[in-house]
Design a protein around this ligand. Structure first.
Ligand SMILES: Nc1ncnc2c1ncn2[C@@H]1O[C@H](COP(=O)(O)OP(=O)(O)OP(=O)(O)O)[C@@H](O)[C@H]1O
Length: 240
């Protein structure tokens, strides 16, 4: 189980994330939803231990992620930041480089993972020739290489076409169902992910302002997007 208590990281300019509380059990998909600049990436970076929190903490099965960076490496797959940042590597080289971080990742695992994300046929091409969507696929492969128990994804579909997004969503949904992997995903395009998330966390102007399970949301709203718009309208002080 992954738990986050009162996680707060405020940059010198005053922006960042404050008071994030989140719990993800095996097989759950938590979405951080918020407008541009709301603090979603900061929240993910702080959850993964990349940023030192000012207050609060993230815990993996009760152990502090800040105190135990090995927990992030062993149990989490991260897709945060620029995908596949080595232009002169081939996709295959990139995954081989990643595999060195772990013991027991062999060529068969690399090939399985390339197959999973639909990149087998492109693995010998240099990353500089990849489209944005292809870079995202290879980055997803690197995050999945060690078969993490928790996947953290920051806007993973932003450069993908509709077909690619559907395909990736189906792959991730399959992994969640078959392996019990949990996911924390950020997006400002709610409709892209609303059919496979289990919980929504609304982030607005650097604050965690609301949380609901999708089951709860469906009792009162036609869609997660409607729930999201209701929350953000309230924050703006408008009529929801
Ligand atoms: N290193 C930094 N130093 C100072 N301010 C920062 C830093 N990184 C981000 N910010 C600011 O913090 C706020 C939150 O940024 P963040 O990237 O976390 O938001 P986001 O919700 O992920 O946005 P987007 O949807 O556009 O990716 C923004 O106003 C951003 O300009």
């Amino acid at each position: 189980m992954f738990e986050v208590y009162d996680l707060t990281k405020v940059y010198p300019g005053g922006q960042g994330i404050q008071g994030l509380n989140l719990t993800v059990h095996s097989g759950e998909v938590a979405a951080l939803l918020g407008p541009n600049g709301a603090g979603k990436t900061t929240a993910l970076q702080a959850m993964a231990g990349w940023l030192t929190a000012d207050r609060g903490e993230a815990r993996w099965n009760g152990a502090s992620v800040a105190e135990r960076p090995d927990l992030t490496k062993l149990h989490m797959g991260l897709m945060i930041g620029e995908p596949a940042p080595y232009p002169y590597f081939t996709g295959s080289d990139y995954l081989k480089l990643y595999s060195k971080l772990y013991s027991g990742i062999d060529e068969a695992r690399i090939q399985q993972t390339l197959e999973l994300v639909g990149m087998s046929g492109h693995q010998q091409i240099k990353i500089k020739k990849y489209s944005t969507g292809m870079k995202q696929r290879i980055e997803l492969a690197s995050a999945l290489l060690h078969r993490p128990k928790l996947l953290m994804l920051d806007e993973p579909f932003s450069g993908m076409d509709i077909e690619g997004r559907r395909e990736m969503t189906a792959i991730l949904r399959g992994l969640v169902t078959e392996t019990g992997m949990s996911v924390v995903i950020s997006s400002h395009q709610v409709y892209e992910i609303e059919d496979w998330i289990t919980h929504a966390y609304i982030i607005y102007e650097g604050k965690h302002v609301d949380t609901a399970s999708v089951a709860q949301i469906r009792e009162s709203f036609a869609s997660v997007e409607d729930y999201y718009l209701n929350c953000t309208a309230k924050e703006r002080g408008g009529v929801a």
